[in-house]
Design a protein around this ligand. Structure first.
Ligand code: UD1
Length: 371
């Protein structure tokens, strides 16, 4: 039997893919989205949102709008959030307000009309640095980035003896270490969901996402994920700009895999009360993806610029252990990175987008947040 599902922030990149998937599975979808200009420009309805989805424009911090959006709803997916790690380090009030007050308002309303399940989009950024291993095989959970002393200092974290540490897949059991305002707000969203939902007979689930990419990512938003930023630069014939030395590692997960993870998290009984990592299980360096994307977009000559500077709030490496979601929810990764880049390149070629990346970079530099 299909459910009626409310997706907050459902007009965004992940929300539109998830809406399509849930509609095909026989659910009804209502989307509440405030349509912020940084993501949606001047549009009044999300460009990629399926026609069959009901769209309500409203802010998740507006209790009355949330109350109306919750009418006759069986389950909620909470995606409404500000998502830029770099931007969160200066737009502190905005990030804490949208992400945490927004989640608080949602639950305040849910207390009056509980639903079966609430699935929240958390982030791998709550781990801070991922799990590391030293040369003797010892695991390190509490690695923190230290300011670099001089231009020749290593980028990678070191152990107490000054030996390099190697990133290894990070499981859900790693202690959180909050390194940016964004991470603090995502951690609070997760805690609110897993604490308030069960107190009112609802099932809370948190998905900790790694770096989602794919067609539909907001290309004109200079604070969006790195692949969309690089795509926008290359599209305009500009080289990607890479922070640090480009060898920082992440796990890039296709948005359709992310949508499948949300679908499982909504439907599977075993998911109740749990947190799950969502990623592809393959890690790559930022420089590697910049080069692969340049090739996919037919711009192999556009060599990335390596800044040799760190963006404040950034972590060095974080790669995913996806064993838990594979075992417990039968999650499988169906995408192929190279084919996905070709798909992304094809989509980007049809888009009209503004390149505001240099502007955003100057903004961070002006505030001393790139050093
Ligand atoms: C991203 C998401 C965050 C999500 C998290 C989960 C965005 C804006 N942020 O954070 O919402 O919760 O993944 O993994 O989508 N970089 C460059 N050049 C650029 C931009 C970024 O070199 O122009 C580098 C960054 O310094 C960083 C890496 O690329 O080392 C990834 O940055 P970004 O895409 O912003 O992602 P996260 O910070 O990992």
């Amino acid at each position: 039997m299909g459910e009626r599902i409310l997706i907050t922030g459902g007009g965004g990149f992940i929300g539109c893919h998830l809406t399509r998937r849930l509609l095909r599975a026989g659910h009804q979808v209502r989307v509440l989205d405030s349509m912020i200009e940084q993501v949606h420009g001047e549009r009044s309805r999300p460009e990629l949102l399926e026609k069959e989805a009901e769209f309500v424009r409203g802010d998740v911090r507006d209790g009355e709008a949330v109350r109306r959006a919750l009418q006759n709803v069986d389950s909620v997916v909470h995606l409404a959030a500000e998502v830029g790690v770099g931007q969160s380090m200066y737009a502190v009030e905005r990030y804490v307000s949208v992400n945490d007050l927004g989640t608080a308002v949602l639950f305040q309303q849910l207390i009056e009309r509980p639903v079966r399940r609430v699935v929240v989009a958390s982030s791998m950024s709550i781990y801070g640095e991922g799990l590391y291993q030293d040369e003797d095989g010892g695991l390190h959970e509490d690695v923190r980035r230290m300011p670099r002393r001089g231009p020749d200092a290593p980028w990678d974290p070191l152990d107490a003896q000054g030996r390099p540490l190697r990133p290894v897949p990070t499981p859900e059991t790693k202690r959180p270490a909050l390194a940016s305002v964004y991470a603090i707000t995502k951690h609070a969203q997760e805690c609110l969901t897993l604490t308030v939902a069960p107190a009112y007979g609802m099932e809370g689930v948190a998905l900790r996402l790694w770096n989602a990419y794919g067609p539909g990512q907001a290309l004109s938003n200079p604070y969006t994920g790195v692949l969309a930023i690089f795509a926008s630069r290359l599209h305009h014939g500009q080289p990607p700009m890479i922070f640090e030395d480009g060898l920082q590692r992440r796990d890039f997960v296709h948005v359709e895999d992310v949508a499948r993870a949300f679908h499982l998290a909504l439907e599977r009984p075993e998911a109740a009360g749990q947190v799950f990592n969502v990623a592809s299980g393959h890690d790559r360096t930022v420089a590697e993806v910049a080069q692969a994307l340049a090739v996919a977009m037919g711009r192999p000559g556009l060599e990335p610029e390596i800044a040799g500077k760190t963006r404040s709030g950034d972590i060095r490496h974080n790669i995913a252990d996806i064993g838990k979601i594979q075992r417990e929810l039968d999650f499988t990764v169906r995408r192929d990175f190279v084919a996905d880049l070709a798909e992304l390149a094809e989509w980007v070629a049809q888009q009209q987008a503004e390149d505001k990346v240099q502007q955003a970079r100057s903004e961070l530099e002006r505030r001393g947040l790139v050093a």
